[in-house]
Ligand binder design. Structure first.
Ligand SMILES: Nc1ncnc2c1ncn2[C@@H]1O[C@H](COP(=O)(O)OP(=O)(O)OP(=O)(O)O)[C@@H](O)[C@H]1O
Length: 298
């Protein structure tokens, strides 16, 4: 199987994670949404991931509440992609637990983990990873076909309709714009109705306007269908589409903002880049509010 095939297969069904463990003033370490009685689609506890001498994740506790949209930010090398890969079952933690939709990934054999990834987790990448020789419909159906299943035409059509591409089913990637190609990748990730959709810089290869269109679609999928979504991004404007932004620094959770504006996210990031004390604080509940600077000294 080629790398592209593997990516396509991996993107066919995904789980996610959520935030907890960040010192949040009003909820004492409980994620904002979870504290409001929303179950966690992804639960991460004491997550560590080392690569030789490099500690990419250093004890992360986080919940991603069902039906919410979370952005993960932080300086380069802070562990964002590693967090997503571990939460999506694409990488194995050195220690700690990841629970997706009630299943502890650490207890699964490789085969069962692969099955869970296909059925319960969706993943989209910066690169769209579509097979150029296949039509949009065939690309959407590919992961299920690789899993030995044949999705109905109606299911494929519906998946494309959910991302606004019902009329493009017969087009090949080269006949589609970048934004449309990412929408096909989204349809492919969502066809199994995953418990969690993960995106690693899903708009990183798109121009500003197209990027906003894709972000608006992600937001709509959360609002309309309750699609739990977790996205790594470097872009404060992108992060502002999320309900919640969590910040990693040196493999640790540094803080979070709820309902933040792009300016609020940019300000927090600027604080981190100045050396942590500037904008570091933890936001809770009220839209755009920043409450409690407890981790500011990290
Ligand atoms: N497979 C690997 N082997 C060795 N080190 C790795 C591996 N994957 C990640 N790392 C290291 O772990 C740390 C975290 O990497 P990660 O890619 O998760 O960071 P990131 O926040 O996503 O960075 P960026 O924003 O630059 O993409 C880095 O120091 C990185 O070099």
């Amino acid at each position: 199987m080629t790398t592209t095939d593997e990516s396509a297969a991996a993107s066919a069904g995904v789980p996610v994670a959520a935030s907890a463990g960040v010192p949040v003033a009003a909820s004492a370490g409980v994620p904002v949404a979870a504290s409001a009685g929303v179950p966690a689609a992804v639960r991460i506890r004491a997550l560590r991931r080392s690569y030789g001498d490099v500690t990419a994740l250093d004890g992360v506790d986080l919940d991603f509440a069902a039906g919410t949209f979370t952005a993960v930010m932080g300086p380069s090398g802070s562990g964002k992609s590693t967090l997503l890969q571990c939460a999506a079952g694409l990488d194995r933690p050195t220690s700690g637990t990841v629970t997706v939709d009630g299943t502890d990934l650490g207890g699964l054999s490789e085969r069962r983990l692969t099955l869970l990834r296909r059925e319960r987790i969706g993943f989209v990448f910066q690169a769209f990873n579509l097979l150029p020789s296949l039509t949009a419909a065939q690309n959407v159906a590919l992961p299920m076909r690789l899993a030995g299943r044949r999705p109905s035409r109606a299911a494929v059509r519906q998946a494309l309709a959910r991302v606004g591409l019902a009329e493009r089913a017969g087009h090949r990637p080269a006949q589609l714009s970048g934004g449309q190609q990412q929408r096909v990748a989204l349809a492919r990730a969502l066809i199994t109705r995953p418990a969690v959709l993960f995106g690693d810089e899903p708009t990183g290869a798109l121009d500003t306007t197209t990027s906003r269109d894709v972000l608006a679609l992600l937001r709509e999928l959360v609002d309309r269908e309750g699609q739990t979504t977790v996205m790594v991004t470097h872009d404060p404007v992108a992060a502002a589409y999320a309900d919640r932004v969590v910040f990693l620094v040196d493999g640790r959770l540094h803080g979070e903002l709820a309902g933040a504006s792009a300016e609020g996210v940019a300000s927090y990031m600027a604080g981190l880049e100045r050396g942590a004390s500037g904008g570091a604080s933890v936001g809770v509940k009220a839209a755009g509010s920043v409450v409690d600077g407890e981790r500011a000294a990290c």
